[in-house]
Each structure stands twice: as structure tokens, then as C-alpha cells.
Design a protein around this ligand. Structure first.
Ligand code: IVH
Length: 672
């Protein structure tokens, strides 16, 4: 008997370790949160009943740590605990019963939403934001102040003067659904894989080194807990209302995002309300949280090892329906990436009719061992498009056959390629595959790229079908007499179009670079490459090691850039665009203070006394210097702060790179 139990415990531990890895490291969970929680609960119960099989490294022994090497570690003043959770109303009732038994005074509960994001603790001193720290392992978190400061909902300076001198406020940073959808649309457009869900994206975003990218992601934040010695009230609800008047985004009582309840019936009706109403929220929640309102009563109830007894959470199961997978179709994007799409028998899910679901890539189809005609489970997560989560094998039609992932492009029949380590297939026929050609033209003229007024997607398709444009340089050869005979092309629209083409010649280099549509080169990367290399000739001659030495440019981007410029057809198009007078050189920015550091390359590492790291980098750029992420033979200076990794210093010493500290840097900009 015990042998079976020991084997089950081991199997559960192995499984949960593997799922944790898929979720936190690979960003590719293969089971739902509910299934994960059920496995974890089974393991917790078995371990509690069989302490003889104790393992300090069991998945039950950790509270989802997120510690990495790159941020300074900060010990929490008040430990950052997690919440007990349940999917059963019955267990909420039992919890409420225990709370009532545990104190002898009347109990009021504050019911709130369980925001699905990343927990954060922010400390304020005299009304000014001082520091923002992640949960980490609950005892120690990471200092991500620079990134949190970019979140608009987080006040840097408080309103009024009624706040305590020192306090900490905790809450959840999350990515609203619209921002998530927009980000993924952009990633597909840039030839990058879409992100899995808003929660993981928010967490990954907060861990980025470059807070300029964090700022562009439109994160949001709700605050739900106040900690300190001189709080205005002795109750949670009143304190949150007060925090609202200081400028924090706190759950709105008017919208029932927080509600005081005194009975279990009221708690249950709060849960029932949000089980439906959650689908109308512009962000994801995964349940509700119920807290004892009075701090005295909270203290009396106390904590278990991991979570407070005075609070619990009820989690919603993700909404799932089953339907028939009628057909899998394959879309070809601008960069040649192939996206499989599940075409479903229409079905009602969480208030909308679902006809299509995303399948991501070949791996996922294989993992699910999907076949056309299968009955599939479809789940609505944060994405606007739902996901296929699993299949009901019992309902598989007898005559079905395994899906064969296409080996040829569905549009131009070219053999598809799949690069080692990438999960997507690509059609390599860049110059001859119609959706790729049209997609590139559309991208080139789009608002964030060349912003050509008078030329939209429909006109591009028309010009392509008429044989007037086959690549982006052809746009600049268009003449009035070619356009006038075309359908829907009156004198006025032709003039508009040609004027739009003409004025696009003034668009700055970084946007021209973005407009070229190099795979993985989105707006931010284009800006970095333009700033670092200064002109197209330097960029097109750069080799992999130089490219990947630029901040935020990894190996995949470097390879993609190098391959793009190694292609003679691309170079010919660029040559023609140059002749037409487009900008292929970075103009001096108005923000630049001087050119004293011009031609010098810096690596910045560690924590500084008088600068935020990003401000130091901006200062270097403002004086004409360049920033690289890693030390190489091309580095002139390593600016070393506290807690800098020893390997960076050693490499700089080995290569004879000058190492300067903060005051050395200040001396440098003055001396040069
Ligand atoms: S209170 C000691 N309130 O859920 C109690 N947490 O599983 C601390 N969460 O780490 C948490 N919404 O990231 C609280 N209204 C809310 C919440 C909330 C989401 C998250 C938080 C916490 C996790 C616990």
C-alpha cells in the first residue's frame, strides 16, 4: 500500500516539476491552471498524511519563486505570502465557519477580485515612490523600481498630505486584454511568435532590462493591501478607500470590485455575480479574494506557514466547451511564418460565438494528436481568440486519419523550412509568395512605418494585381498616367497617393529600417539598430558578433538581420530606395547634448548611486556614445556599478577594456 503511495507521490512531484518548467521557463503550459492546482492539492494531501516521504524540494515547498540574477535583491519588511485557494463553494463555507469560530466578535469581510497578474510591493516615503519589489520567494524579492515607474496607474508622487510618512502598498501589475491583443498583433506582424497569455506577458515585461520597452507595453496596476505602522484606519476596506484619495488605483466600490459582506450568503452572491460579470472586464481575473476586514481580527486569526488564515480565494474554472474541429487551415504571414488555425463548428463560449481557435504551431498539433473531425475542448483565456486545450478521444470518428502538417506553402507550393530551435514553419519564397509580397507592401506603408497617406491595403492589392508594384521600391516609380486608368482612381486620389509617397521620403532612418520588414525587427529594435550603427552601410556590413553585442539584440535577431542584408535582392531594393532619396542615415537627435562620446562604445552594469541605470545609458547616448550589452573587443568603457557580475569585470580586464565607476564617468563627460 505504502509503496503505491510513495510511487504516486513521486509521479506527482515529477509531473509538477515538469509543468512548472513548461509554465515559468518555457512559457508553454500544457495543462490548465485548474488541472495544475488539482495535482498540487493531491500532492499536498498525500504529503500531509505521509510525512515519512518528506522532500524539501517538493513542488509543494515553494511559492513560485521568480528570483533571477539581474536585479538587486531586497528583503521584504513584511513577508509577502500567498493565499489559500479553492474551486469549491463548500470549502469557502468551511473557511468562513473556521473564521467565525476563531474570533468572538462579529466579522465583516471585504470581497475583492483576484487580479491575474504579478504581485508587487511599492514603498513610499513622504509621499514619493521609493522602491518597487517583486514577491520573489516571499522573503526576498527583486528591485524593479525603474520598470514599475513606467506603469501609469502607479503614482510617483501622492496627492494631498493625509498619507503616512512611510508605508508599503501591495497590488497586482497586469496587462489589459486590449493591450495584450495589440501587442500580439504587432508580434505576428514582426514575425515573432505571439505571447501565450496576459499574465505571463506582464511578468516577463516587468523583468525586462530596458524600461523603455516596459513603458511601451501599457501595463496597469490595481492596489489591494496597505502595510505600515501609522495607517489611517484599523480596517482593510477603509484603508483602501483612503489610498484611493492619495492617487492609487484601488478596486472600485461603485463597480462592485470590492464589497463589504457580513454573511456567507452575501459572499456567495459576490462570487456568483463575478463568475458571469468577469467576461465584461477589460482585464483578466481568475477568481475572487475574501479577506477579514478588521486588522485586530486578522491578527487573532494569524497565519499558517504559507498563507493567512484571515483570507482565502475562490478560483473560477476557465470556461470550456466542446465542439467539432471541422478543418485546419494554414495562414501565411508577411514574414512567411505559417500559422495553423482550427476552424470549428460554431459554439457559444463565455458570451460569444466561437468559430476559430488558434493552434500556435506544429508542436501543439502534435502534442494534442489532433485530427480533423475530432471533438475538441476549447477554452477562453485572455486571448481574444480561444485555444484548443484537448480532445475527446472517445468521440473520434472511426475513419479519421492523423493530420499531416503541410510540407509545402499553401499559397505558392514552395517547400517549407523550420529552423532548429524555432517552433514555426516558414515559407522561404520571400520574393515570389503573394501573401508575403502584399504583406510586406502593407507593412511598409503602414502608419508606424512610412505612413503613406492615400495608399491603403486595398490599393496595394490592386497595384500588385495589376503588376504595377512587386516590391517596396516600385512604389517610388509609380506615375500619374499609370494610376489614372485604374478602377476607383480619380484625379484627386492619385494626387493624394503621389503626394503621400513623396512626403514619406522625409521619414527618419529608424522608421525606414522598421518599414523594410526584417523578421524580428520591430519598432524598438529598429530604433536601437539605427542609433547604434548610424547608417545603413554600417548596419548591412555588421557581422553576427557585432550585432548581438548591441543591447537587447539576441542571436535570433542578429541572424535575421545578417541574412536580410546578405540577400542580393534586398540590397538591390535598398539601393533603389536610396536613389529615390529615402533616409538611410540617423539624423542628430534634438535630445543630444554633445558629441563628446561619439564613436565610443559603453557597457553599463550594476547599480548606481546617483543614476538609475537607464538614465545613465540615456546620458551616454545624449553625448553621442553607443551602448552594448556585453563586453567585447569593440567596447571602449565598462561603467561598473555595485553588484556587477564578476564575469563581466574579468572579461573587460582580459580584453584591456577601461573600467570606470560612476565618478569616473562623470569626470569623463566633463573632461572630453
Ligand atoms: S491579497 C496575504 N488580494 O493572488 C494576502 N492578493 O495567490 C496577500 N492577488 O500573491 C494577497 N488579487 O498576487 C490579494 N485582491 C487581491 C488579489 C491578490 C490577486 C494575487 C496576489 C497574491 C496571489 C495569492
Amino acid at each position: 500500500m505504502n509503496i503505491d503511495i510513495e510511487a504516486r507521490i513521486k509521479a506527482l512531484r515529477d509531473d509538477l516539476h515538469a509543468h512548472n518548467f513548461r509554465y515559468y521557463v518555457e512559457n508553454k503550459p500544457s495543462i490548465s491552471d485548474y488541472e495544475f492546482d488539482m495535482l498540487l492539492k493531491e500532492l499536498e494531501a498525500l504529503e500531509a498524511a505521509h510525512p515519512e516521504f518528506l522532500d524539501p524540494n517538493s513542488p509543494t515547498k515553494r511559492v513560485g519563486g521568480d528570483l533571477t540574477e539581474r536585479f538587486a535583491k531586497v528583503k521584504h519588511r513584511y513577508p509577502m505570502l500567498s493565499l489559500s485557494n479553492t474551486y469549491s463553494i463548500e470549502e469557502v463555507r468551511e473557511w468562513e465557519g473556521r473564521v467565525k469560530k476563531g474570533t468572538n466578535r462579529p466579522i465583516t469581510y471585504a470581497c475583492e477580485l483576484k487580479y491575474d497578474g504579478v504581485a508587487i510591493g511599492i514603498s513610499y516615503h513622504q509621499g514619493k515612490l521609493e522602491r518597487a519589489v517583486t514577491r520573489g520567494d516571499g522573503e526576498t524579492g527583486e528591485d524593479i523600481t525603474a520598470n514599475v515607474k513606467t506603469v501609469r496607474a502607479v503614482p510617483l508622487q501622492l496627492l494631498g498630505k493625509d498619507f503616512p510618512e512611510d508605508f508599503e502598498i501591495r497590488g497586482e501589475v497586469f496587462l489589459p486584454l486590449a493591450a495584450f491583443a495589440q501587442l500580439n498583433a504587432q508580434r505576428l506582424e514582426d514575425g515573432d511568435e505571439p505571447y501565450m497569455n496576459p499574465r505571463n506577458t506582464a511578468s516577463g515585461t516587468l523583468k525586462l532590462q530596458d524600461s523603455a520597452i516596459v513603458a511601451s507595453r501599457k501595463l496597469d496596476c490595481f492596489l489591494y493591501g496597505l502595510y505600515g505602522e501609522q495607517l489611517p484606519a484599523n480596517e482593510h476596506y477603509a484603508n483602501m478607500q483612503a489610498a484611493g484619495t492619495w492617487g492609487f488605483k484601488v478596486p472600485s466600490a461603485a463597480q462592485k470590485q470590492i464589497m463589504l459582506c457580513t454573511t456567507i450568503e452575501e459572499i456567495e452572491s459576490f462570487i456568483d455575480y463575478w463568475a458571469e460579470a468577469r467576461f465584461n472586464l477589460p482585464f483578466e481575473i481568475d477568481g475572487v479574494v475574501i479577506k477579514v476586514n478588521d486588522y485586530e481580527a486578522q491578527r487573532a486569526l494569524g497565519f499558517t506557514a504559507k498563507s493567512p488564515r484571515w483570507a482565502t480565494s475562490y478560483k473560477f474554472k476557465a470556461q470550456q466547451v466542446s465542439t467539432v474541429l471541422e478543418r485546419v487551415t494554414y495562414q501565411v504571414g508577411r514574414t512567411g511564418a505559417i500559422t495553423p488555425v482550427a476552424n470549428l463548428k460554431p459554439v457559444l463560449l463565455a458570451g460569444t460565438i466561437v468559430k476559430r481557435a488558434s493552434l500556435h504551431n506544429a508542436d501543439q498539433i502534435e502534442k494534442l494528436s489532433l485530427r480533423e473531425g475530432d471533438t475538441v475542448y476549447v477554452e477562453k483565456g485572455g486571448e481574444i481568440i480561444p485555444k484548443v486545450m484537448g480532445i475527446d478521444l472517445a468521440l473520434r470518428p472511426v475513419n479519421s486519419s492523423p493530420l499531416e502538417y503541410p510540407t509545402q506553402c499553401p499559397e505558392c507550393n514552395t517547400l517549407l523550412l523550420r529552423t532548429e530551435g524555432e517552433s514555426m514553419h516558414y515559407c522561404p519564397n520571400t520574393s515570389g509568395c503573394p501573401p508575403q509580397i502584399k504583406g510586406r507592401l502593407e507593412h511598409f506603408i503602414s502608419r508606424k512605418a512610412m505612413n503613406i497617406d492615400g495608399l491603403g491595403a486595398e490599393t496595394v492589392a490592386q497595384l500588385y494585381n495589376e503588376g504595377l508594384v512587386g516590391n517596396v521600391a516600385d512604389i517610388y516609380d509609380l506615375r500619374k498616367e499609370q494610376l489614372l486608368p485604374l478602377e476607383r482612381m480619380a484625379e484627386k486620389s492619385v494626387t493624394n497617393l503621389l503626394e503621400g509617397v513623396e512626403s514619406s521620403k522625409a521619414i527618419p532612418f529608424n522608421r525606414v529600417l522598421y518599414a523594410l520588414g526584417i523578421r524580428h525587427v520591430g519598432e524598438t529594435i529598429a530604433r536601437k539598430l539605427a542609433a547604434y550603427f548610424g547608417n545603413i552601410d554600417a548596419l548591412s556590413n555588421a557581422q553576427i558578433d557585432e550585432l548581438s553585442g548591441v543591447e537587447d539584440i539576441g542571436e535570433a535577431i542578429a541572424v535575421s538581420v545578417r541574412d536580410y542584408f546578405a540577400d542580393a535582392q534586398n540590397m538591390a531594393v535598398i539601393q533603389r530606395l536610396k536613389q529615390h532619396g529615402l533616409q538611410f542615415e540617423q539624423a542628430a537627435t534634438s535630445a543630444s547634448i554633445s558629441g563628446t562620446l561619439s564613436g565610443k562604445t559603453f557597457v553599463v552594469s550594476g547599480v548606481f548611486q546617483t543614476y538609475e541605470r537607464d538614465d545613465l545609458k540615456s546620458e551616454i547616448e545624449a553625448h553621442g556614445g553607443k551602448i552594448a550589452s556585453s563586453v567585447s573587443g569593440k567596447t571602449d568603457y565598462l561603467v561598473a556599478g555595485e553588484n556587477m557580475g564578476p564575469s563581466k569585470r574579468k572579461k573587460a580586464e582580459d580584453l584591456g577594456v577601461k573600467i570606470i565607476d560612476e565618478s569616473g564617468f562623470k569626470a569623463l563627460i566633463q573632461a572630453l
